[in-house]
Design a binder for this molecule. Structure first.
Ligand code: ATP
Ligand code: FE
Ligand code: MG
Length: 347
C-alpha cells in the first residue's frame, strides 16, 4: 500500500509518499518539504495570502518530485491523503482541490486527514507505537494533552486557555528582537543564559485539570525586558533561558496531571509522546524523557524533520485511515477549524 500525502495548512508546502512494509510498519519513500519561512520572516509571522499563493506556485512540482523520488507515479499510488484542516483556509483549499483533482483523474481514493491527527499518529510511523499513548501535541497553533486510544479515538485531557506553546515561543522571540520562527531561536539563546536570573511565573502549576496558560508568563517576561531596555546580549540569553525553564516546569506539571487522568479514560499508556513543532525543543524532550522514566514509561518523539509540518505524517494518517476503510468523497470540505479530540468528561 502506497499513499501520497499533501500538506498545505500553514507555511510549509509538503508532499510525501509512505508505504506499508511486510512488517506492518510504515516506510517513508519520499518526503518533500518547502518552507516559506523566508517569505514570511519580514512580517514576523505567517501572512495567509502570501502563504496561499506560495502553495499554488510550488505544489504541482513538489508532488511530481515526491512521486519521482519514491520511484513511482500516480497509477502506482493506492490513495491520496490531504490535510483538509485545521489551518489557514486559503492554503487548505489549495491542497484539498489539488488532491480531489488527482483523486478524480487517477481514480484513487481520497482521504481527508485532520492535520492534528496526523501529528498525533506520527510516532506510529516512526516508532511503530501501539495504542493507547499519552500525547503532548504542541505546535504554533495548538497545545493539547490527548489520550490517543485508536485511529479516530482521541480524548482531550487538557488544552491551553490562551496561547499555544509554540506561539508563546514565537511572541517571546519577536519581543526580544529574535528571528521567526521563534522556537529554535529562543532555544539557541537559552543555551547561553542563566535560567534563574529572572523569577518568572509558572502559570497553572498544581491545577487539577491538565490545562495550560502561557500569556501571563509572556507578559511577565515582557515587563522584565522593558525594565532592562536596551537589552544586552546576555539579558536576551537570560530571558530566553528563564522563559524556557518556566515552560519546561509547566509542561512537566501538566503532563503529571494528564498521566493521572489518562488511566480513567484509557488504561495504561504504552508511552509518553510529544509531537508538533515544539517537540523539537531539546529542553522539553530531556525533561519529558526523565519524567517518563520515573513512571516506567518510554518517551517517544519524532525525529526533528517529522516534528514540524510535513507530508509524510499526512500520508501515514491517510494510510492508517484507508486500511480501516475510512475514505472521503469529493464533497469533503476544507476546514479552518476542526477539533480532532473529544473533551474528557469533567474530573
Ligand atoms: P499547527 O500544527 O498547530 O497548525 P504549525 O503548523 O505552525 O501549527 P508546527 O509547524 O508543527 O506548527 O510547529 C511550529 C511551531 O513550533 C512554531 O511556533 C515554532 O516556534 C515551534 N518550534 C519549533 N522548534 C522549536 C523549538 N526548538 N523550541 C520551541 N518551539 C519550537
Ligand atoms: Fe502542524
Ligand atoms: Mg508550520
Amino acid at each position: 500500500m502506497k499513499i501520497l500525502g499533501i500538506e498545505t495548512t500553514c507555511d510549509e508546502t509538503a508532499a510525501a509518499v509512505v508505504t506499508l512494509g511486510d512488517d506492518e510498519r510504515g516506510h517513508i519513500l519520499s518526503n518533500e518539504v518547502l518552507s516559506q519561512i523566508a517569505e514570511h520572516a519580514a512580517y514576523g509571522g505567517v501572512v495567509p495570502e502570501i502563504a496561499a499563493r506560495a502553495h499554488v506556485e510550488v505544489l504541482d512540482r513538489l508532488i511530481a518530485r515526491a512521486l519521482q523520488r519514491a520511484g513511482t507515479a500516480l497509477p502506482g499510488i493506492d490513495g491520496i491523503a490531504v490535510a483538509a484542516g485545521p489551518g489557514l483556509i486559503g492554503g487548505v483549499l489549495i491542497g484539498l482541490v489539488t488532491a480531489k483533482t488527482l483523486s478524480l483523474v487517477a481514480r484513487k481514493p481520497l482521504i481527508a486527514v485532520n492535520h492534528l491527527e496526523a501529528h498525533a499518529l506520527t510516532p506510529r510511523l516512526t516508532d511503530g507505537l501501539a495504542f493507547p499513548y499519552l500525547l503532548l501535541l504542541a505546535s504554533g497553533g495548538h497545545t493539547q494533552l490527548v489520550a490517543v486510544r485508536g485511529v479516530g479515538d482521541y480524548v482531550r485531557l487538557g488544552t491551553t486557555i490562551d496561547d499555544a506553546i509554540g506561539e508563546a515561543f514565537d511572541k517571546v522571540a519577536k519581543l526580544l528582537g529574535l528571528g521567526y520562527p521563534g522556537g529554535p531561536e529562543v532555544e539557541r539563546q537559552a543555551a547561553n543564559g542563566d535560567p534563574e536570573r529572572f523569577a518568572l511565573p509558572r502559570p497553572m502549576l498544581g491545577r487539577r485539570q491538565a490545562d495550560f496558560s502561557l500569556s501571563g508568563l509572556k507578559t511577565a517576561l515582557r515587563i522584565e525586558a522593558e525594565r532592562l531596555e536596551p537589552l544586552a546580549v546576555q539579558d536576551v540569553a537570560d530571558l530566553c533561558a528563564g522563559f524556557q525553564a518556566a515552560v519546561v516546569d509547566v509542561v512537566v506539571d501538566r503532563v503529571r496531571v494528564a498521566l493521572r487522568a489518562f488511566s480513567t479514560v484509557a488504561g495504561h499508556p504504552t508511552a509518553l509522546v510529544a509531537a508538533g513543532g515544539v517537540a523539537a525543543n531539546g529542553a522539553i524532550r530531556r525533561a519529558l524523557t526523565a519524567q517518563a522514566g520515573e513512571v516506567g514509561l518510554g518517551f517517544v518523539a519524532p525525529p526533528l524533520p517529522l516534528c514540524g509540518d510535513n507530508g509524510a505524517m499526512i500520508a501515514w494518517a491517510g494510510l492508517e485511515r484507508l486500511r480501516l476503510g475510512l475514505v472521503d468523497d469529493l464533497t469533503v470540505p476544507a476546514r479552518a477549524r476542526w477539533p480532532f479530540a473529544e473533551a474528557a468528561p469533567a474530573a
